[in-house]
Ligand binder design. Structure first.
Ligand code: NAD
Ligand code: MN
Length: 348
Protein backbone atom coordinates (compact mmCIF):
# COMPACT_ATOMS: atom_id res chain seq x y z
CA UNK A 1 0.00 0.00 0.00
CA UNK A 2 1.39 3.39 -1.02
CA UNK A 3 0.08 6.39 0.86
CA UNK A 4 -0.17 9.90 -0.54
CA UNK A 5 -0.91 13.11 1.32
CA UNK A 6 -3.12 15.27 -0.85
CA UNK A 7 -3.87 18.90 -0.02
CA UNK A 8 -7.42 19.76 -1.10
CA UNK A 9 -8.35 23.37 -1.71
CA UNK A 10 -11.96 23.39 -2.95
CA UNK A 11 -11.95 27.22 -3.09
CA UNK A 12 -15.11 29.02 -4.15
CA UNK A 13 -18.38 28.38 -5.97
CA UNK A 14 -18.57 25.05 -7.78
CA UNK A 15 -15.02 24.28 -6.59
CA UNK A 16 -16.63 23.06 -3.37
CA UNK A 17 -18.93 20.77 -5.40
CA UNK A 18 -16.46 19.19 -7.82
CA UNK A 19 -13.47 18.59 -5.54
CA UNK A 20 -15.33 16.16 -3.21
CA UNK A 21 -16.46 14.26 -6.33
CA UNK A 22 -12.85 13.89 -7.51
CA UNK A 23 -11.76 12.78 -4.02
CA UNK A 24 -14.37 10.01 -4.07
CA UNK A 25 -13.10 8.88 -7.45
CA UNK A 26 -9.51 8.85 -6.16
CA UNK A 27 -10.56 6.73 -3.17
CA UNK A 28 -12.38 4.25 -5.41
CA UNK A 29 -9.57 3.88 -7.94
CA UNK A 30 -7.01 3.83 -5.12
CA UNK A 31 -8.74 0.86 -3.48
CA UNK A 32 -8.31 -1.12 -6.70
CA UNK A 33 -4.63 -0.20 -7.06
CA UNK A 34 -3.42 -0.45 -3.46
CA UNK A 35 -3.12 3.30 -3.06
CA UNK A 36 -4.24 5.27 -0.04
CA UNK A 37 -5.01 8.97 -0.17
CA UNK A 38 -4.90 11.09 2.99
CA UNK A 39 -6.72 14.31 2.20
CA UNK A 40 -6.11 17.54 4.13
CA UNK A 41 -8.81 20.12 3.47
CA UNK A 42 -7.99 23.84 3.36
CA UNK A 43 -10.78 26.43 3.37
CA UNK A 44 -8.69 29.00 1.49
CA UNK A 45 -11.11 31.05 -0.59
CA UNK A 46 -12.69 34.42 -1.22
CA UNK A 47 -14.89 33.76 1.79
CA UNK A 48 -11.74 33.51 3.89
CA UNK A 49 -10.45 36.69 2.27
CA UNK A 50 -13.63 38.53 3.26
CA UNK A 51 -13.37 37.19 6.82
CA UNK A 52 -9.64 37.46 7.43
CA UNK A 53 -8.21 39.72 4.75
CA UNK A 54 -6.12 37.04 3.01
CA UNK A 55 -6.83 34.12 0.68
CA UNK A 56 -4.48 31.89 2.66
CA UNK A 57 -2.58 32.12 5.96
CA UNK A 58 1.01 33.41 6.03
CA UNK A 59 2.38 29.87 6.47
CA UNK A 60 0.09 28.52 3.73
CA UNK A 61 2.85 27.53 1.31
CA UNK A 62 4.76 25.70 4.05
CA UNK A 63 1.66 23.71 4.91
CA UNK A 64 1.16 22.73 1.28
CA UNK A 65 4.80 21.70 1.03
CA UNK A 66 4.13 18.80 3.42
CA UNK A 67 1.92 17.17 0.76
CA UNK A 68 2.63 14.98 -2.25
CA UNK A 69 0.20 16.88 -4.47
CA UNK A 70 -2.46 19.56 -4.38
CA UNK A 71 -6.01 19.25 -5.70
CA UNK A 72 -7.66 22.61 -6.31
CA UNK A 73 -11.24 23.50 -7.31
CA UNK A 74 -11.31 27.15 -8.33
CA UNK A 75 -11.01 30.48 -6.62
CA UNK A 76 -12.86 33.69 -7.38
CA UNK A 77 -16.21 35.05 -6.34
CA UNK A 78 -18.23 38.21 -6.97
CA UNK A 79 -17.32 40.79 -4.34
CA UNK A 80 -13.60 40.01 -4.36
CA UNK A 81 -11.68 41.33 -7.39
CA UNK A 82 -10.43 38.45 -9.55
CA UNK A 83 -6.82 39.64 -9.44
CA UNK A 84 -6.94 39.40 -5.64
CA UNK A 85 -8.00 35.75 -5.66
CA UNK A 86 -5.58 34.86 -8.47
CA UNK A 87 -2.52 36.61 -7.06
CA UNK A 88 -3.43 35.76 -3.45
CA UNK A 89 -3.44 32.00 -3.95
CA UNK A 90 -2.98 30.43 -7.37
CA UNK A 91 -0.03 32.38 -8.67
CA UNK A 92 1.95 32.23 -5.39
CA UNK A 93 1.50 28.43 -5.37
CA UNK A 94 2.52 28.02 -9.03
CA UNK A 95 5.62 30.15 -8.50
CA UNK A 96 6.71 29.02 -5.02
CA UNK A 97 6.60 25.40 -6.18
CA UNK A 98 8.09 26.19 -9.57
CA UNK A 99 5.19 24.47 -11.32
CA UNK A 100 6.47 25.76 -14.61
CA UNK A 101 4.47 23.47 -16.85
CA UNK A 102 0.74 23.87 -17.07
CA UNK A 103 -0.46 20.76 -18.88
CA UNK A 104 -3.90 20.96 -20.48
CA UNK A 105 -5.11 18.00 -22.50
CA UNK A 106 -8.13 18.35 -24.78
CA UNK A 107 -10.13 15.51 -26.26
CA UNK A 108 -13.37 15.28 -28.17
CA UNK A 109 -14.85 12.18 -26.55
CA UNK A 110 -17.14 9.85 -28.38
CA UNK A 111 -20.67 10.75 -27.36
CA UNK A 112 -19.82 14.40 -26.83
CA UNK A 113 -20.18 16.13 -30.15
CA UNK A 114 -18.20 19.34 -30.26
CA UNK A 115 -20.29 22.33 -31.32
CA UNK A 116 -18.45 22.50 -34.64
CA UNK A 117 -18.83 20.71 -37.92
CA UNK A 118 -16.63 17.80 -37.04
CA UNK A 119 -14.04 17.83 -34.34
CA UNK A 120 -14.37 14.13 -33.54
CA UNK A 121 -11.15 12.40 -32.62
CA UNK A 122 -9.45 15.59 -31.44
CA UNK A 123 -6.74 14.64 -28.96
CA UNK A 124 -4.22 17.35 -28.14
CA UNK A 125 -2.32 18.80 -25.21
CA UNK A 126 -1.54 22.41 -24.50
CA UNK A 127 1.70 22.98 -22.61
CA UNK A 128 1.40 26.41 -21.06
CA UNK A 129 4.38 28.20 -19.55
CA UNK A 130 3.23 28.77 -15.97
CA UNK A 131 5.67 30.98 -14.06
CA UNK A 132 6.55 34.05 -16.12
CA UNK A 133 5.68 35.72 -19.44
CA UNK A 134 2.72 38.06 -19.59
CA UNK A 135 1.65 37.27 -16.00
CA UNK A 136 3.99 39.71 -14.32
CA UNK A 137 3.97 42.20 -11.48
CA UNK A 138 6.22 44.57 -13.37
CA UNK A 139 4.45 47.72 -14.37
CA UNK A 140 2.18 50.23 -12.81
CA UNK A 141 -0.24 53.06 -13.20
CA UNK A 142 0.52 56.74 -13.33
CA UNK A 143 -1.34 60.04 -13.25
CA UNK A 144 -4.40 58.40 -11.71
CA UNK A 145 -7.59 60.36 -12.10
CA UNK A 146 -6.16 62.72 -14.74
CA UNK A 147 -6.73 62.67 -18.48
CA UNK A 148 -3.08 61.55 -18.81
CA UNK A 149 -3.62 58.42 -16.75
CA UNK A 150 -1.99 55.29 -18.13
CA UNK A 151 -1.07 51.72 -17.20
CA UNK A 152 1.97 49.68 -18.16
CA UNK A 153 2.14 45.90 -17.88
CA UNK A 154 5.50 44.35 -18.70
CA UNK A 155 6.16 40.76 -19.75
CA UNK A 156 9.16 38.80 -18.57
CA UNK A 157 10.57 35.99 -20.70
CA UNK A 158 13.78 34.28 -19.64
CA UNK A 159 16.04 31.91 -21.56
CA UNK A 160 15.78 29.41 -18.73
CA UNK A 161 11.98 29.75 -18.51
CA UNK A 162 11.40 29.26 -22.24
CA UNK A 163 13.97 26.49 -22.63
CA UNK A 164 12.58 24.28 -19.88
CA UNK A 165 8.96 24.48 -20.99
CA UNK A 166 9.85 23.88 -24.65
CA UNK A 167 11.97 20.87 -23.63
CA UNK A 168 9.04 19.49 -21.65
CA UNK A 169 6.74 19.94 -24.66
CA UNK A 170 9.31 18.24 -26.92
CA UNK A 171 9.53 15.25 -24.54
CA UNK A 172 5.76 14.99 -24.55
CA UNK A 173 5.53 15.26 -28.35
CA UNK A 174 8.20 12.57 -28.63
CA UNK A 175 6.24 10.30 -26.30
CA UNK A 176 2.96 10.86 -28.13
CA UNK A 177 4.71 10.33 -31.42
CA UNK A 178 3.27 13.23 -33.33
CA UNK A 179 4.12 16.89 -33.56
CA UNK A 180 4.74 20.19 -31.80
CA UNK A 181 3.20 23.58 -32.58
CA UNK A 182 4.56 26.73 -30.97
CA UNK A 183 2.23 29.71 -30.48
CA UNK A 184 3.86 33.03 -31.26
CA UNK A 185 3.07 36.63 -32.13
CA UNK A 186 6.44 37.85 -33.27
CA UNK A 187 4.90 40.22 -35.78
CA UNK A 188 3.32 42.34 -33.05
CA UNK A 189 5.41 41.72 -29.95
CA UNK A 190 8.83 42.53 -31.28
CA UNK A 191 11.02 41.84 -28.22
CA UNK A 192 9.64 38.89 -26.32
CA UNK A 193 8.18 36.73 -29.08
CA UNK A 194 11.18 36.71 -31.43
CA UNK A 195 13.19 35.59 -28.37
CA UNK A 196 10.63 32.84 -27.73
CA UNK A 197 10.79 31.78 -31.41
CA UNK A 198 14.59 31.73 -31.40
CA UNK A 199 14.75 29.38 -28.41
CA UNK A 200 11.98 27.16 -29.80
CA UNK A 201 13.95 26.82 -33.01
CA UNK A 202 17.17 26.03 -31.13
CA UNK A 203 15.57 23.37 -28.97
CA UNK A 204 13.65 21.79 -31.86
CA UNK A 205 16.82 21.62 -33.95
CA UNK A 206 18.24 19.31 -31.29
CA UNK A 207 15.20 17.02 -31.54
CA UNK A 208 14.89 15.84 -35.14
CA UNK A 209 12.46 13.11 -34.04
CA UNK A 210 9.71 15.70 -33.52
CA UNK A 211 8.25 17.63 -36.42
CA UNK A 212 7.30 21.15 -35.46
CA UNK A 213 5.92 24.43 -36.70
CA UNK A 214 5.36 27.90 -35.37
CA UNK A 215 2.00 29.66 -35.76
CA UNK A 216 0.82 33.13 -34.87
CA UNK A 217 -1.62 32.91 -31.99
CA UNK A 218 -4.47 34.58 -33.89
CA UNK A 219 -4.19 32.25 -36.88
CA UNK A 220 -3.75 29.30 -34.55
CA UNK A 221 -6.99 30.22 -32.75
CA UNK A 222 -8.87 30.08 -36.04
CA UNK A 223 -7.20 26.83 -37.11
CA UNK A 224 -8.01 25.20 -33.80
CA UNK A 225 -11.66 25.88 -34.46
CA UNK A 226 -11.49 24.79 -38.11
CA UNK A 227 -9.24 21.76 -37.81
CA UNK A 228 -8.49 20.80 -34.21
CA UNK A 229 -7.65 17.20 -35.15
CA UNK A 230 -4.46 18.26 -36.82
CA UNK A 231 -2.85 19.39 -33.54
CA UNK A 232 -0.98 17.26 -31.05
CA UNK A 233 1.20 19.19 -28.58
CA UNK A 234 0.96 22.98 -28.50
CA UNK A 235 3.51 24.95 -26.49
CA UNK A 236 2.56 28.48 -25.54
CA UNK A 237 3.41 31.34 -23.20
CA UNK A 238 1.43 31.92 -20.02
CA UNK A 239 -1.30 34.14 -21.48
CA UNK A 240 -1.50 32.51 -24.92
CA UNK A 241 -1.68 29.06 -23.33
CA UNK A 242 -4.46 30.19 -21.01
CA UNK A 243 -6.61 31.54 -23.80
CA UNK A 244 -5.94 28.67 -26.21
CA UNK A 245 -6.86 26.07 -23.61
CA UNK A 246 -10.30 27.56 -22.93
CA UNK A 247 -10.81 27.86 -26.68
CA UNK A 248 -9.83 24.23 -27.23
CA UNK A 249 -12.03 23.13 -24.32
CA UNK A 250 -14.93 24.93 -26.00
CA UNK A 251 -14.15 23.12 -29.26
CA UNK A 252 -14.32 19.88 -27.27
CA UNK A 253 -17.86 20.62 -26.14
CA UNK A 254 -17.61 22.01 -22.60
CA UNK A 255 -15.08 23.63 -20.33
CA UNK A 256 -16.65 21.49 -17.61
CA UNK A 257 -14.55 18.52 -18.78
CA UNK A 258 -11.17 20.19 -19.24
CA UNK A 259 -8.36 19.42 -16.75
CA UNK A 260 -5.15 21.20 -15.89
CA UNK A 261 -1.95 20.12 -14.15
CA UNK A 262 0.44 22.69 -12.70
CA UNK A 263 3.55 20.59 -12.77
CA UNK A 264 7.04 20.79 -11.40
CA UNK A 265 8.58 18.20 -13.74
CA UNK A 266 11.66 17.93 -11.52
CA UNK A 267 9.43 16.90 -8.61
CA UNK A 268 11.14 19.07 -6.02
CA UNK A 269 7.74 20.41 -4.92
CA UNK A 270 4.13 19.24 -4.86
CA UNK A 271 2.38 19.75 -8.19
CA UNK A 272 -1.18 21.06 -8.32
CA UNK A 273 -4.12 19.69 -10.29
CA UNK A 274 -7.33 21.57 -11.04
CA UNK A 275 -10.07 21.89 -13.63
CA UNK A 276 -9.56 24.55 -16.31
CA UNK A 277 -12.83 26.22 -15.38
CA UNK A 278 -13.42 28.75 -12.62
CA UNK A 279 -15.88 28.93 -9.74
CA UNK A 280 -18.91 29.45 -12.04
CA UNK A 281 -20.94 31.71 -9.72
CA UNK A 282 -23.84 31.50 -12.19
CA UNK A 283 -24.50 27.83 -11.36
CA UNK A 284 -22.88 27.55 -7.90
CA UNK A 285 -25.06 25.93 -5.24
CA UNK A 286 -27.36 24.22 -7.73
CA UNK A 287 -25.58 20.86 -7.65
CA UNK A 288 -25.30 20.72 -11.44
CA UNK A 289 -21.59 21.42 -12.00
CA UNK A 290 -19.85 18.92 -14.22
CA UNK A 291 -17.31 17.11 -12.00
CA UNK A 292 -15.39 15.55 -14.92
CA UNK A 293 -12.84 18.36 -15.36
CA UNK A 294 -11.72 17.83 -11.77
CA UNK A 295 -11.92 14.05 -12.12
CA UNK A 296 -9.69 14.18 -15.21
CA UNK A 297 -7.35 16.51 -13.25
CA UNK A 298 -7.22 13.82 -10.54
CA UNK A 299 -6.25 11.33 -13.28
CA UNK A 300 -3.40 13.66 -14.34
CA UNK A 301 -2.35 13.63 -10.69
CA UNK A 302 -2.32 9.82 -10.61
CA UNK A 303 -0.18 9.84 -13.74
CA UNK A 304 2.21 12.36 -12.21
CA UNK A 305 2.52 10.26 -9.05
CA UNK A 306 3.58 7.34 -11.24
CA UNK A 307 0.31 5.41 -11.39
CA UNK A 308 -0.56 5.53 -15.07
CA UNK A 309 -2.57 2.29 -14.73
CA UNK A 310 -4.88 3.90 -12.15
CA UNK A 311 -5.06 7.05 -14.32
CA UNK A 312 -6.10 4.95 -17.35
CA UNK A 313 -8.87 3.32 -15.29
CA UNK A 314 -10.30 6.75 -14.53
CA UNK A 315 -10.03 7.88 -18.17
CA UNK A 316 -11.66 4.67 -19.42
CA UNK A 317 -14.53 5.09 -16.94
CA UNK A 318 -14.94 8.69 -18.17
CA UNK A 319 -14.98 7.54 -21.79
CA UNK A 320 -17.71 5.04 -21.07
CA UNK A 321 -19.70 7.49 -18.98
CA UNK A 322 -19.59 10.08 -21.76
CA UNK A 323 -20.73 7.56 -24.37
CA UNK A 324 -24.02 6.67 -22.75
CA UNK A 325 -24.10 7.64 -19.07
CA UNK A 326 -25.89 10.48 -17.30
CA UNK A 327 -24.59 13.96 -18.05
CA UNK A 328 -24.82 17.42 -16.52
CA UNK A 329 -26.63 20.32 -18.25
CA UNK A 330 -23.44 21.78 -19.78
CA UNK A 331 -23.35 18.60 -21.92
CA UNK A 332 -27.06 18.78 -22.68
CA UNK A 333 -28.17 16.37 -19.95
CA UNK A 334 -30.29 16.73 -16.85
CA UNK A 335 -28.15 14.91 -14.27
CA UNK A 336 -26.68 16.37 -11.10
CA UNK A 337 -23.04 16.41 -9.99
CA UNK A 338 -23.84 13.60 -7.54
CA UNK A 339 -25.59 11.43 -10.14
CA UNK A 340 -22.68 11.74 -12.57
CA UNK A 341 -20.18 10.97 -9.80
CA UNK A 342 -22.20 7.90 -8.69
CA UNK A 343 -22.37 6.60 -12.26
CA UNK A 344 -18.62 7.06 -12.64
CA UNK A 345 -17.93 5.25 -9.36
CA UNK A 346 -20.11 2.35 -10.59
CA UNK A 347 -18.03 2.13 -13.76
CA UNK A 348 -14.85 2.00 -11.71
P1 NAD B 1 -15.98 29.96 -15.26
O1 NAD B 1 -15.13 28.89 -15.80
O2 NAD B 1 -16.18 29.94 -13.79
O3 NAD B 1 -17.41 29.92 -15.98
C1 NAD B 1 -17.60 30.12 -17.37
C2 NAD B 1 -18.91 29.45 -17.83
O4 NAD B 1 -18.74 28.03 -17.87
C3 NAD B 1 -20.07 29.69 -16.89
O5 NAD B 1 -21.24 29.86 -17.64
C4 NAD B 1 -20.14 28.43 -16.07
O6 NAD B 1 -21.44 28.12 -15.58
C5 NAD B 1 -19.67 27.37 -17.04
N1 NAD B 1 -18.94 26.28 -16.32
C6 NAD B 1 -17.70 26.36 -15.81
N2 NAD B 1 -17.38 25.21 -15.21
C7 NAD B 1 -18.43 24.38 -15.34
C8 NAD B 1 -18.70 23.04 -14.90
N3 NAD B 1 -17.81 22.31 -14.20
N4 NAD B 1 -19.90 22.50 -15.20
C9 NAD B 1 -20.81 23.21 -15.90
N5 NAD B 1 -20.61 24.47 -16.34
C10 NAD B 1 -19.43 25.06 -16.05
O7 NAD B 1 -15.32 31.34 -15.72
P2 NAD B 1 -15.65 32.86 -15.33
O8 NAD B 1 -17.13 33.02 -15.26
O9 NAD B 1 -14.85 33.67 -16.23
O10 NAD B 1 -15.06 33.08 -13.88
C11 NAD B 1 -15.78 32.93 -12.67
C12 NAD B 1 -14.83 33.10 -11.50
O11 NAD B 1 -13.87 32.05 -11.49
C13 NAD B 1 -14.01 34.39 -11.56
O12 NAD B 1 -13.90 34.88 -10.23
C14 NAD B 1 -12.67 33.95 -12.09
O13 NAD B 1 -11.58 34.77 -11.69
C15 NAD B 1 -12.55 32.59 -11.46
N6 NAD B 1 -11.62 31.68 -12.17
C16 NAD B 1 -10.80 30.95 -11.41
C17 NAD B 1 -9.94 30.02 -11.99
C18 NAD B 1 -9.06 29.20 -11.12
O14 NAD B 1 -9.22 29.19 -9.90
N7 NAD B 1 -8.12 28.50 -11.66
C19 NAD B 1 -9.96 29.85 -13.37
C20 NAD B 1 -10.85 30.61 -14.15
C21 NAD B 1 -11.69 31.53 -13.53
MN1 MN C 1 -7.95 30.32 -17.61
Amino acid sequence: MTTYRIACIPGDGIGTEVVPAACEVLEAVGAAHDLEFRFTGFDWSCERFTREGAMMPPDGLDRLREHDAILLGAVGYPGVPDHVSLWGLLIPIRRAFDQYVNLRPVRVFEGVPGPLRDASGTDLVIVRENTEGEYSEVGGRMFSGTPDEFAVQESVFSRRGITRVVDYALDLADERGRSLTSATKSNGLIHTMPFWDEIVEERCAERPSVSWESEHIDALAAKLVLDSRKYDVIVASNLFGDILSDLAAGVAGSIGIAPSGNIDPERRNPSMFEPVHGSAPDIAGQGIANPLGTVWAAALMLDHLGHDDAASDVIRAMERLLTDGPRTPDLGGGATTTEVTRALLDLL
